[in-house]
Write a protein that binds this ligand. Sequence first.
Ligand SMILES: [Zn+2]
Length: 283
Amino acid sequence: MTFFRSSKHQRLLWSLLLLSVGAAAGFGLGIFCGTEPPVGCRESDLTPVPDESFVSPASASSVETSPEPEPMPEKWVCLTFDDGPSKTTPDVLSALNRAGVKATFFVVATGNNDKYLPLISEAAAAGHQIALHSASHEYSDIYQSADAYWKDIDLLKERLSPYVRADGLWYLRFPGGSTNTVSRRYGGRGLMQQLKEEVTAKGYAYVDWNVCAEDAVGGKPSAGTIFRNIVRETGEQTQCIVLMHDSATTRTTAEALPDIIQWYKDNGFAFLTVEQAVPLPTT
Ligand SMILES: [Zn+2]
């Protein structure tokens, strides 16, 4: 089975599932987390229960007939960074590179971070995964309609194209996560479901998280707080996708990284990029 769920923590809900629509298929990892509203993953935007309708029994059987996947480590963690690149990104990259750890960056290209976009080439060259987040990251814009969403993704890919092979980017993270409710204000109740289906049909994979650093909350949490949030939210989970940020306002995340990495190492986790942990379907 590719779909599973555990609820060690009441506040955390974790589901891994495969979607398939015709020949195109993709993974979604639907999770919500956090008690406080991080910028870019505000709790108020996230529904407590992922939309069950994207769990498809047909998709499970499509995986069982796929070729045998590479054996996965028993415990793994994907460190993911949203909302960069920014002035914080060099510090994040040097902490990762010093530790010899690969991470995944869900990037934005708002127009305000133009001068940091070359860091994407640097990150990719160092073996990190670049993935799609949003061009504008404006909920009121991107969640007006499915057309508006795809226009934003197209613009993002266009802005990234000088720095990375944009047509090779097949992983994305919805601003607010795949179970956000903020989109209803602009595009109606059915929009996220429609977008998830379209994402899958186009061959992309969307990825949420099951550990939230809560590093983008108001009040600028210290490195120690971010570290403790991650340890607490990891709990007994052995397969973790950690949401952090490398935006201009989350400088303490970079400071916390050496301790975060050491803690996962000490607890026997292997570090994977999202594409290593959640492979795209081969069909
Ligand atoms: Zn974001």
